[in-house]
Design a protein around this ligand. Structure first.
Ligand code: FES
Length: 121
């Protein structure tokens, strides 16, 4: 898939996460010390959004629902209760624009089947 323009580089500040809306999908965009990372914006543990108000702890994006986390570089779960990795996407800056390379057919049909069924209380 060709890269798609999603934001202006000046608007994505270090230490923050942002939501990018593509169809019915929400993609997180994080700036970690000047490096940009794009990832699936839905937590694979319980389907909570992990963008926008989400905390960044180094390269980990922390889900505000149960405080599990994912490494934005790889999508791997980095803290319990998260176990299932989330998708990540290549990001580049062209001039003033941030572009993301979404895979063919993205977003897939919405499904909660991939989320874990048990959410600890
Ligand atoms: S929904 Fe994200 S850690 Fe549970």
């Amino acid at each position: 898939m060709p890269f798609e323009k999603v934001a202006k580089a000046k608007d994505i500040r270090p230490g923050r996460t942002y939501g990018i809306y593509k169809g019915y999908a929400t993609v997180g965009l994080a700036n970690v010390e000047g490096s940009l990372y794009a990832f699936d914006g839905w937590c694979s543990h319980g389907g909570n959004l992990i963008e926008g108000t989400t905390v960044l702890d180094g390269h980990d994006v922390v889900c505000p629902q149960h405080w599990g986390s994912f490494d934005v570089r790889t999508g791997k779960a980095s803290a319990f209760p998260c176990r299932i990795p989330i998708d990540t996407f290549p990001v580049r800056i062209i001039g003033e624009d941030i572009e993301i390379d979404f895979p063919e057919g993205y977003p897939p049909r919405a499904s909660h089947d991939e989320y874990e069924e048990t959410i600890p209380s």
